[in-house]
Design a protein around this ligand. Structure first.
Ligand code: ADP
Length: 690
């Protein structure tokens, strides 16, 4: 019986026979039993909770095959491989396999020789595939990664959304939806899209008792660095998430760590993944591009160097810690400055109407000029479309146009695309080839010039895209590429990726958008981020906060391990020593002489003895007084004075560092100074550096 305490012996036996697991996890048995009973469910369980088994076992116990729609090709591949290893025939149909293989898979499924058919949502555009659905009905239709169906989900896929309104072939099938991240609002939207508003939700498995969550308040980047330094002194397999590629690189370089982001060449990316999977104690700095297909069970620490955009994203990333069930830490660095980064990213992801119109007009003009069905990806489009600030900005705009069926996304076959990178420094190449009229030099000057202008190290493109950059014909480009390959440049096959092209609707100008939905989406994104801020400031159990956010009913449960439960909000800072307090006081006195006249950076320079164009600073009695401490420590003391309320930055056009009332009282000897610092004490630091 679903929900009863004693396991159903038949189900348990089937679990052992087909999958070799001794027992069900968490809510698995209940879900399996309900699906077998014919119920349609919307299942929300975190990554790693064992969702696949919930639909795989019912399919195994029925005649025929299960159809699983999944928008993520990499995950599909993993699932199919996993099933095959168990001796269960499974096949995935996606644009990465050839037409012949696709046809063969369809025939196998129709003949009943396949138990699971995994397909990407675009597959429903194929009539052959839809015919198969009529001829050979699946015994269950699984909507995996169902948040992609919701326009409020963070990865909306219009193709996924359209299936339900445009494919009558699926009517009458038993449908179950699965996702790892859906708040109650997203769950409702999924059900509406599936035309099943009354579908029950099963939200389970979000509690992770092994994980201890902590939010560390950091007033500045240097404070974050100091904390990270202390954390890294204890070697543990760790992941450090940063919100931008630039930040990931900068953190990695500050600590001599390896990094991963989507801007790396495929070989570099897989090297970083291998390092993370195979090294006994890896520490990797990554953006949110890292994680898919990574299942290292013994990650002991996930640190978020910046605030994430939503609790959904945060819990998914932090949840990569402690998959083996052993205890692990999830630390989030909270700083008000990050709030601005997120607001910037939110603006970027919600482009204004004017940009959308401009982009559409531009695409139409290109189409009219070239009289061909041009295919774009954001990297190729970026240099030609002046309205976009960055690739991410452009991508966001393309995705909005996709929502309105103005452009359509396609997954490219890797054969058509190349990844181009230069083996020699761009400046050397440009010096040698600019102004030279040979085909080879024209090619190098044109493409290397473009790389330099864009500040990129590699470009995903078709050879035909390079023609425009260097003024050569396609055969000429192909020949030059062949000639230079391995010496001057590398030009290898690209991974599968996506491209966009204008749809028939998109070709009809003018652009007519329903802005209400766009506004709602922006508001929702802001609300999501606001929940992250609330989470940081909450004094209640951190895990309970998140688990409730997902809609799991947990009553008064609390984790007992987070900083709030342990009542230890800050275990990483320490009290400043007497010597450090004396220095802090001396800094306040130095500042009293130039109170509110100079910005922080110049004050810092003065204390360190750097020359300044202003005589007041150059001749200040404390000029160079703290040189021997080094910049990091002086900066930390200034940060600590600011955080503790002795110093503040004035408002206005030229923000200056000034003493607060409390700071003045310390200078006048009427109040005691009290500071907390994150770095290791000076004595220890010195010892380590020797
Ligand atoms: P999800 O789809 O929820 O992210 P998966 O279905 O990929 O999770 O399962 C995560 C891991 O848990 C897999 O390695 C799977 O083999 C394992 N697993 C699933 N069910 C059980 C079970 N009943 N007992 C032990 N391991 C299980």
């Amino acid at each position: 019986m679903p929900g009863s305490d004693s396991p159903n012996p038949d189900l348990l036996q089937a679990l052992r026979r087909y999958f070799g697991h001794p027992a069900f996890l968490d809510a698995q048995e209940e879900i399996v039993a309900r699906i077998l009973h014919g119920e349609e469910l919307c299942v929300i369980q975190p990554t790693g909770a064992g969702k696949s088994l919930c639909y795989q076992l019912p399919v195994m116990l029925r005649d025929g095959y299960g159809l699983v729609i999944s928008p993520l090709i990499a995950l599909m591949k993993d699932q199919v491989e996993g099933l095959r290893q168990l001796g269960i025939p499974a096949v995935s149909l996606n644009s990465n396999i050839s037409a012949a293989e696709q046809l063969q898979a369809l025939q196998e499924a129709a003949a009943g020789r396949i138990k699971f058919l995994y397909v990407a949502p675009e597959r429903f555009r194929s009539l052959a595939f839809r015919r198969l659905l009529c001829d050979c009905r699946p015994n269950l239709l699984v909507v995996d990664e169902a948040h992609c169906i919701s326009q409020w989900g963070h990865d909306f896929r219009p193709d996924y959304h359209r299936i339900w309104s445009e494919c009558p072939e699926i009517a009458g099938l038993q449908v179950c939806a699965f996702t790892a991240t859906a708040t109650p609002a997203v769950q409702n939207d999924i059900k509406t899209q599936l035309q099943r508003p009354a579908m029950p939700s099963v939200v389970a498995g979000f509690r992770r008792p092994g994980l201890s969550f902590q939010v560390i308040s950091c007033r500045s980047k240097s404070a974050k660095h100091a904390i990270l330094e202390r954390l890294l002194a204890t070697p543990l397999p760790s992941l450090i998430y940063a919100s931008t590629r630039k930040e990931a690189e900068s953190v990695a370089s500050a600590f001599g760590l390896r990094y991963y982001h989507a801007g790396l060449a495929p070989a570099e990316r897989s090297a970083a993944q291998d390092y993370f999977q195979q090294d006994p104690c890896p520490v990797l700095v990554a953006t949110n591009a890292f994680g898919m297909g990574i299942d290292r069970p013994d990650v002991r620490r996930v640190i978020h160097f910046n605030l994430p955009g939503s609790l959904e994203a945060y819990y998914q990333e932090a949840g990569r810690a402690g998959r083996d069930g052993q205890s692990a830490q999830c630390l989030l660095f909270h700083s008000y400055a990050d709030q601005h980064i997120q607001e910037y990213l939110l603006e970027l992801n919600n482009p204004p109407e004017a940009l959308l119109k401009e982009l559409h007009t531009f695409l139409l003009q290109r189409l009219a000029q070239h009289q061909e069905e041009e295919i774009w990806n954001s990297q190729v489009l970026l240099p030609r479309f002046p309205g976009a600030r960055s690739e991410a900005h452009l991508n966001a705009a393309l995705r909005v146009l996709e929502r309105y069926a103005i452009v359509e996304r396609q997954y490219i076959h890797p054969e058509n695309y190349r990844i181009l990178s230069f083996r020699l420094p761009l400046s050397t190449l440009l010096q040698q080839h600019q102004g030279v009229q040979t085909q080879r030099s024209l090619f190098i000057a044109g493409t290397a010039g473009y790389f330099q202008q864009q500040g990129i190290r590699q470009l995903r493109c078709r050879p035909v895209d390079l023609c425009a950059l260097c003024g050569l014909s396609l055969p000429q480009v192909e020949r030059v590429l062949d000639f230079l390959q391995g010496e001057v440049l590398n030009c290898n096959g690209a991974e599968a990726g996506e491209v966009f092209h204008l749809t028939e609707t998109g070709k009809q100008s003018p652009l007519n958008l329903d802005l209400t939905a766009l506004k709602q989406k922006r508001e929702l994104d802001y609300n999501r981020f606001e929940m992250v801020s609330k989470y940081c400031l909450s004094k209640k159990c951190r895990q309970a906060f998140i688990v409730k956010y997902f809609g799991e009913k947990i009553g008064t449960w609390h984790c007992g391990a987070c900083d709030a439960c342990a009542g230890a909000a800050d275990t990483l800072s320490r009290n400043a020593s007497a010597e450090e307090l004396a220095r802090g006081r001396s800094m306040l006195c130095a500042l009293a002489l130039i109170d509110g006249e100079f910005g922080r950076q110049r004050v810092l320079g003065m204390l360190l003895g750097q020359p300044d164009s202003n005589a007041i600073l150059n001749q200040h009695p404390s000029h160079g007084k703290f040189r021997s401490l080094g910049e990091a420590q002086v900066r930390e003391l200034l940060d600590a004075l600011q955080e503790a309320g002795y110093l503040q930055v004035s408002a206005g056009e030229y923000p200056c560092l000034e003493l607060t009332r409390q700071g003045l009282l310390v200078v006048r000897g009427k109040a005691q100074l009290s500071l907390s610092l994150y770095s290791a004490s000076t004595a220890r630091t010195k010892k380590r550096r020797q």
